[in-house]
Design a protein around this ligand. Structure first.
Ligand code: 26Q
Length: 821
């Protein structure tokens, strides 16, 4: 037992119980008998937090005194998911904390349900940032995650009459126990106005930026624990506020209304996350957000450097900045501004430091998803940064000219300014030119960026290009979300070292054919399926038999991800059953989850189509013993954790060459689902790792896609040439799924037949054939179980720990800092 003075941070059950009661009383002002479930959740959160702070302070001290080289991860999004269980696991007290709560008659599952997750991201990129925070701490890399403390995160999705309806996500409503406000850590951020040429005392020419508006950013810190180590890192999110001085000044001149208006304008900047996963043109507030968090972060970095070692000239030795896509790429221009204008450094030295500081990760190849900003908007908001970008561009293009004499077409292609679409700033070009390393997120993706969007840059500086295949954290996506599987793995391997080093999952391989393990494996899966079926029944009213094959596609709704290909498969099975009710079929439950960007009409129509097809099939007694269709509303981290453990089949069916990596593919496979997938993104590497015989591959390769596109793709001919395909599409247009209305889905079916930019029709036949192979394998449980076990056993490479080690060694050159005790 802990001595009494350690009850605030002790790890024994007795200490946890006492701390729990104390926190309930001193923080929530409640005692056990009158506490609500929410009070009980808050008390549990604070009990965990007290223990986290101890490690956090210790880490900060060691990092500071050892002058540790530190990573600044800049991301506009962090999709953290629920924090309580995750933190208890990383503290190593998940089991004892549950026991302590239960001895106090607290229903632990009920308090976990109470937690709202910070949805500060829209999809894969934001979740990747959260996985990397977990692994950075676990790999003992000193790191600060910088981002925006959105007051409203990604919208909550509800389904009404089959359509997506968005509800605002007021996640801070009941308070956030995981963050610490730092009112004293705040910086001014300026917008608009104009620049002036001046001279300093020594007569050197300087630029002064006279802004039109000044706001401030205030830090909110969230501790991020590592697993199995004492290291804890920091997630620092900025909230925008009006400067205190503002009301006062304006009040004096009598413009009270104007002062309040300005205050609201300042607070608006960090108010809401843009829910798109592709850039939206011309959104001034989005540019303000990007500059806001980037400016605060760069000022903070300089402050931290000053506080520790000092001379600004060495800042690139102390810090490396990783840009999560181009959303924070303005940091390159901002660091230049801070060094040159505010610290009076020469342009040459500032540029040399900046170029050595930044690294950039690209997450997309789709040309329409590359960020650009109109010059006019940019100039109005950030006049000084435009000058800086012009200067960077001029210097850069001069180099290109010397290297490729007279190649003016190349100059136009590489310029930071796109002159062909009404003068726009190309953020990806700024990111490449200002970084010492550029990486893609999977092998194929990295190869493609070098031959397409960054071809010219690769020819100029091939050594700058790298690849780091994405990974996901096994703490959240195995231990937290699938405790039954985690226990079975630990029991089978005889150790739990796999949680901190996922390569140890290989110890499962020798047991893949063991009938005892297989039987337990199946029990674990069916228990997860039962949990999910129960949740879905409760939330959608669709009853699902846990014995059916759970065939799941969960990801943002997008034409390139081809949820409609999956729908065509469902319709084919439906028609087959209707035509011949005696046909033998493995019962399948098709489960979808995912949000559509609120302005993406086609994606929203795809949601409606899934629900409409589901409605007809689920109601039809002739087929609903074999087929069920459910749409899980509000796919987020918490709901994802319900899906991954329950999947038999994982759908990764994007058009080859379009999905940069995908990370859901890894989460499913780690939980024993088999994958049906195209030769795309990380699917390729997953297939290599688990073995081709344990992966269902179908469809065109990226090369075949390119060739077909070059030859001229004609979906109409495919539609006319395949009677089943035609009848599946025609069934949608017939009005069967729209209460007789033949128009509802016409935009979707017409687009498929006449344009089909993501070649759904071209891969349709291959997909159906591959699904036949899936059915055949599923009908042989022992074979399926073996494949499932081997999938898990060989997923070690897809831990985000491996990804972070690769970044640290190849790109950042940062060493782990070991904390003992
Ligand atoms: C940019 C400007 C204005 C408004 C929105 C945006 C914006 C926001 C989010 C653009 C893109 C995103 C998100 C992209 C994303 O999630 N990409 C995914 O990243 C994953 C992690 O690398 C990959 O696995 C996926 O393949 C990729 O689609």
């Amino acid at each position: 037992n802990d001595p009494p003075e350690q009850t605030r941070t002790g790890m024994s059950k007795a200490a946890l119980k006492q701390a729990y009661i104390d926190n309930l009383f001193y923080i929530q002002g409640r005692f056990r008998d009158v506490a609500s479930t929410y009070d009980l959740y808050m008390a549990a959160a604070f009990t965990a937090r007290d223990r986290m702070l101890e490690r956090w302070v210790e880490s900060a001290q060691v990092y500071k005194t050892s002058h540790a080289r530190t990573l600044c991860y800049l991301s506009a999004e962090y999709l953290l998911g629920p924090q309580l269980t995750q933190n208890l696991v990383n503290l190593g007290i998940a089991k004892v904390a549950r026991a302590a709560a239960e001895e106090l008659s607290v229903d632990f599952n009920a308090i976990l349900e109470e937690e709202v997750e910070p949805g500060l991201g829209s999809g894969g990129l934001g979740r990747l940032a959260a996985c990397y925070l977990d692994s950075l701490a676990t790999q003992r890399i000193p790191a600060i995650g910088y981002g925006i403390r959105y007051e409203f995160g990604i919208f909550d999705q509800v389904i009404q009459d089959g359509w997506q309806v968005e509800r605002s996500d007021n996640w801070l409503r009941n308070g956030n126990p995981w963050e610490l406000p730092r009112p004293k850590i705040s910086f001014a951020v300026r917008y608009g106005g104009h620049t002036e040429q001046t001279r300093d005392q020594e007569g050197r020419s300087r630029v002064r930026w006279v802004p039109e508006m000044v706001i401030k950013g205030v830090a909110y810190d969230t501790p991020i624990l590592g697993y199995g180590v004492r290291n804890a890192n920091l997630l620092r999110l900025w909230k925008s506020e009006a400067p205190e001085s503002f009301d006062f000044q304006t009040f004096n001149v009598g413009d009270y209304y104007g002062a309040v208006h300005a205050k609201i304008e300042a607070e608006t900047i960090s108010k809401v996350l843009y829910p798109n996963d592709e850039p939206e043109a011309g959104k001034e507030l989005r540019l303000k957000q990007q500059y806001f968090f980037v400016s605060c972060s760069m000022q903070d970095m300089i402050r931290l450097h000053r506080n520790t070692v000092g001379p600004l000239e060495t800042i690139h030795q102390k810090f490396v900045v990783q840009l999560n896509d181009t959303h924070p790429a303005l940091a390159i221009a901002e660091l230049m501004r801070l060094l040159v204008d505010e610290q009076a450094m020469t342009w040459e030295q500032a540029w040399s430091i900046t170029r050595q500081t930044f690294c950039y990760t690209n997450h997309t190849l789709l040309p329409e998803a590359l960020e650009t900003w109109s010059l006019a908007l940019f100039e109005r908001l950030l006049p000084r940064h435009l000058e800086i970008i012009y200067a960077i561009n001029q210097e850069f293009l001069d180099q290109v000219r010397v290297r490729f004499l007279g190649d003016e077409a190349r100059i136009a292609r590489m310029s930071l300014i796109d002159e062909t679409h009404g003068r726009r700033i190309r953020m990806a070009h700024l990111a490449v030119v200002g970084s010492r390393a550029v990486n893609g997120v999977a092998a194929l993706h990295s190869k493609l960026i070098k031959t397409t969007i960054f071809k010219d840059f690769h020819e100029l500086a091939p050594e700058r290009f790298h690849t780091v295949t994405n990974g996901v954290t096994p703490r959240r996506f195995m231990v937290v979300s699938n405790p039954r599987l985690a226990r079975l793995i630990t029991a089978t391997c005889g150790h739990d070292r796999w949680i901190g080093d996922l390569e140890y999952l290989r110890d499962l391989e020798t047991h893949a054919d063991d009938p005892v393990l297989q039987a337990r494996w199946r029990q674990v899966k069916i228990a997860a399926k039962r949990d999910l079926a129960c949740w879905l029944d409760h939330h959608t009213g669709v009853p699902i038999d846990p014995e059916a094959m759970f065939d799941i596609q969960a990801k943002r709704l997008h034409e390139y991800k081809r949820q409609h290909l999956k729908v065509l498969h469902i319709i084919r099975l439906y028609q087959r059953l209707k035509q011949d009710p005696s046909v033998s079929m493995v019962p399948r439950a098709f489960i979808f989850g995912g949000k559509a960007a609120p302005g993406y009409v086609m994606a929203k129509l795809m949601i409606k189509l899934i629900n409409a097809v589901g409605e007809v099939i689920n109601r039809d007694p002739q087929v609903n013993g074999y087929l069920r269709v459910a749409f899980m509303p509000n796919f987020n981290v918490k709901n994802g954790q319900r899906l991954y453990p329950a999947a038999d089949l994982s759908e990764q069916i994007s058009l080859a060459g379009k999905e940069a990596s995908g990370t859901g593919n890894m989460k499913f496979s780690m939980n024993g689902a088999l994958t049906i997938g195209t030769d795309d993104g990380a699917n390729i590497e997953i297939r290599e790792a688990v073995g081709a015989e344990n992966f269902f591959l179908f469809g065109m390769t990226a090369e075949e896609v390119q060739r077909k596109q070059a030859e001229g793709y004609r979906p109409w001919a495919l539609y006319q040439g395949d009677a089943e395909l035609k009848s599946d599409i025609d069934l949608i247009s017939s009005g069967l799924f729209s209460h007789g209305d033949p128009h509802l889905f016409r935009p979707l079916t017409d687009h498929l037949i006449h344009a089909d930019p993501f070649m759904v029709l071209a891969d349709y036949r291959a997909y159906l054939e591959c699904q036949e192979r899936v059915t055949e394998a599923y009908a042989q449980p022992r074979r399926w179980d073996r494949m499932s076990i081997l999938n898990v056993a060989r997923m070690g490479r897809f831990s985000s720990d491996r990804a972070i080690r690769e970044y640290a060694e190849r790109i950042w050159q940062i060493e782990p800092v070991v904390l003992d005790s």
